[in-house]
Design a protein around this ligand. Structure first.
Ligand SMILES: O=C(O)c1cc(=O)[nH]c(=O)n1[C@@H]1O[C@H](COP(=O)(O)O)[C@@H](O)[C@H]1O
Length: 237
């Protein structure tokens, strides 16, 4: 894969004009656009479609609910023509299985390619102490491996994980299981609320299929230059 195609830029803003400016500034420089709850909740599905145009869309709505509701949400989300969608792996076996089935059925019904359905393991903003505080004993890495194995068993295409877990998951889940990796921080960017982080080049060298980057690019004074800087880092590998 061309190194730039591994980069998905998170357009985390509620504002349409701002989002449009950002998308325009990174178009052709990166592999795709991630739209999450901030933009979707403010603007809705039609504006997502309008914003994205021909770009590759990672629709990051992280569904987590009872199986019937998540299956319905998955079906509805396909109208936005995402290439990648995600759900919380901690929603469990029945929820993930229903989601995978709903995505396949709805894609066939609409005559479109089935999006990659990806399970979010442990959010990159959580560390071992955060997990302990919600009753999750054992290191984050173990919970990530447990959820990745379950995700694969349920027939999903891959997981969202932190860069710190890439090597272990590649070994556990094999070469074809997609690893979509946020928590990416170039050395020149602020960490913010992320905890389990790595640089773009280190994450790709470790085996990430896609790296998800928002603030280091979209909050930069020159987003296009920031995107180019990340691409250069990957090309130097
Ligand atoms: O599913 C995601 O994309 C996601 C999962 C996760 O564990 N951590 C995480 O940061 N994300 C998303 O990835 C993006 C990272 O943004 P920055 O920290 O600004 O680069 C945000 O839009 C998050 O919602």
């Amino acid at each position: 894969m061309d190194p730039k195609d591994r980069i998905l830029v998170g357009i985390d803003t509620p504002d349409y004009e701002r989002a449009e400016t950002l998308v325009r500034s990174v178009t052709g420089r990166v592999g795709g656009i991630k739209i999450g709850k901030e933009f979707f909740t403010a603007q809705g599905p039609d504006r997502v479609r309008q914003l994205i145009g021909e770009q590759k869309l990672f629709l990051d709505l992280k569904f987590h609910d009872i199986p019937n509701t998540v299956a319905g949400a998955l079906r509805s989300s396909l109208r936005m023509r995402p290439a990648i969608v995600n759900i919380h792996a901690s929603g469990g076996r029945a929820m993930m299985t229903a989601a995978a089935q709903a995505a396949a059925e709805e894609a066939a019904k609409l005559g479109v390619a089935k999006p990659l359905v990806i399970g979010v393991t442990v959010l990159t903003s959580l560390d071992d102490a955060d997990l302990a505080a919600v009753g999750q004993r054992g290191p984050a890495s173990e919970q990530v491996e447990r959820l990745a194995a379950l995700t694969q068993e349920c027939g999903l295409d891959g997981v969202v994980c932190s860069p710190r877990e890439i090597v272990a998951l590649r070994k556990l889940c094999g070469p074809d299981f997609k690893l979509v990796v946020p928590g990416i921080r170039p050395v020149w960017a602020a960490t913010g609320d992320q905890k389990r982080i790595m640089t773009p080049a280190d994450a790709v060298a470790a085996g990430a299929d896609y790296i998800v980057i928002a603030r280091p690019i979209v909050a930069a004074s020159d987003p296009a230059a920031a995107a180019d800087r990340v691409v250069e880092e990957l090309e130097a590998l």
